[in-house]
Design a protein around this ligand. Structure first.
Ligand code: NAD
Ligand code: FES
Length: 281
């Protein structure tokens, strides 16, 4: 059993939980994810790691209630436990394998959309802790939905916040900020890392292809076993089949077939809908 040591609602329907998982905390790296299970018969829920404390042996996860399982998860409190907490799964962020010398000469921009801010945070924090301050854009629908702003400000070089409705800081989408930084402010980036809803990653990748900036995205498709056996997380990258759980979750954004990936995600949503109906029976 994996004990929850902290549970808090960050914004409406978005929760942060800190969970005791010593082995995962000891070996995880930014970019990796875990698969959690509430109980013996529970659905396996893949979640990117938002933070980790190797000394305390804890992992922070952030999730949004999108279906029956995440709704049940949101009801857990500090002191409750998860039945399973498997990880770390997937590959660590690509930049971790580069030398610090190389990284210090690289100008990086992270683009975080909504709940996708959670998986961006450990990457920017890791870079900050190694003396590299990357620029970060956070896009949120409204001021109320914005998460981890203070935490990100503490580790980012420059932080640009934008809201779709203009209720806080700038008004507009993350792509508007990228255009402003690159076209109007003359910022030059060697690589952009974009993590958020699939539609955001698609449009960021289309824009950065035009701007000729290499772009990494982190996919969170349907996952079942998380070990490359079931095929649920299949995505097409550069015309080749890849499994997000073992080959990813990070991929070259310019090579992903986003339309196919979004169609598969839609299928998942209807399964979730069925699960909610079952709970209400
Ligand atoms: P959201 O809909 O609030 O979008 C966040 C930001 O993305 C917006 O503020 C906007 O700036 C940008 N955006 C959205 N559509 C865009 C478009 N068409 N063009 C340009 N920019 C656009 O995000 P949310 O509600 O937090 O998203 C939830 C989704 O994020 C879920 O589907 C979840 O699966 C996904 N998610 C993905 C990851 C990941 O690892 N990729 C992690 C957590 C959540
Ligand atoms: Fe089964 Fe990736 S989740 S192959």
């Amino acid at each position: 059993m994996y004990k929850i040591v902290k549970a808090e609602e960050l914004a409406k329907n978005i929760y942060l939980m800190e969970v005791e998982a010593k082995r995962v905390a000891h070996s995880c790296k930014p970019g990796q994810f875990v698969i959690v299970k509430l109980d013996e018969k529970g659905e396996r829920i893949p979640l990117t790691i938002c933070d980790y404390d190797k000394d305390a042996g804890t992992i922070s996860i952030v999730f949004q209630t999108v279906g029956a399982s995440t709704q049940r998860m949101a009801e857990l409190k500090a002191g409750d436990s998860f039945r399973d907490f498997s990880g770390p799964l997937g590959c660590a962020s690509e930049f971790i394998s580069e030398s610090l010398e190389e990284l210090k000469n690289k100008k990086m921009l992270f683009v975080a959309g909504g709940v996708g801010t959670a998986p961006v945070y450990p990457q920017v924090k890791w870079l900050h802790n190694h003396g590299i301050d990357a620029d970060v854009i956070i896009g949120s629908k409204t001021k109320d939905m914005l998460i981890l702003e203070d935490e990100m400000r503490a580790v980012a070089g420059n932080l640009y916040v934008t809201t779709d409705d203009g209720s806080y800081e700038r008004k507009g989408l993350v792509t508007d900020v990228i255009k402003d930084l690159v076209n109007n402010q003359g910022k030059k980036y060697d690589v952009i890392v974009a993590i958020g809803p699939m539609i955001m990653m698609k449009f960021v990748s289309l824009l950065t292809k035009e701007l000729n900036i290499p772009t990494i995205v982190s996919l969170n498709p349907i996952m079942v076993d998380g070990t490359g056996m079931c095929g649920a997380c299949r995505v097409t990258v550069g015309g080749k089949i890849k499994f997000a759980c073992v080959d990813g979750p990070e991929f070259d954004g310019h090579l992903i077939n986003f339309d196919e990936a979004m169609k598969r995600q839609q299928m998942y949503k209807s399964d979730e809908g069925r699960a909610i109906l079952k709970l209400q029976e």
